[in-house]
Design a protein around this ligand. Sequence first.
Ligand code: ADP
Ligand code: MN
Length: 176
Amino acid sequence: MAQDRKRQMPNILITGTPGTGKTTTSSALADAAQLRHVAIGDLVKEKNLHDGWDDELQCYIINEDLVCDELEDLMEEGGIIVDHHGCDFFPERWFDRVVVLQTENSILYDRLTKRGYEGAKLSNNIECEIFQILLEEANESYQENIVVALRSDTVDDVARNVETLADWVKNWHPVS
Ligand code: ADP
Ligand code: MN
């Protein structure tokens, strides 16, 4: 157990397939619960925590060790929402809650095409959602009792998820 935790505020990981609403949800939750939102993609770009650009996947090749080193002190302090479409390379001890957002396929398809995704990038992400890859990754990487899957199809879902998570934050207490 993480009995040696020093943080006074919990850390939350918000994960899910691209387009499921991680950034929307994280930023609303950061406001509602006074937490700090860290979008890994932005951090990687800002601080150059990558090993170049992947032309085929059209994204930076994240250097996971650099990302973890960069975040260690912040995570120890607590009160952080990490927003990322992967979850298996962060230290397990960082998180008190792991949220996997899920979206119905046709809704996700529309969101991703609106974002300009097409071809393999589009179909890979739709498949990722169909096969619940992120939920499986979360369940393999974290204790089952801290992982929660939340539906993110509508704006009402976002509001409800933010409310539920903000309540959870309010009732969270450090391990004494
Ligand atoms: P992610 O960070 O997971 O890639 P975003 O938060 O950027 O997803 O959301 C992608 C797009 O879908 C945005 O235009 C956002 O407004 C919209 N969106 C996200 N979640 C929902 C939802 N639950 N209901 C309606 N629209 C949503
Ligand atoms: Mn995002």
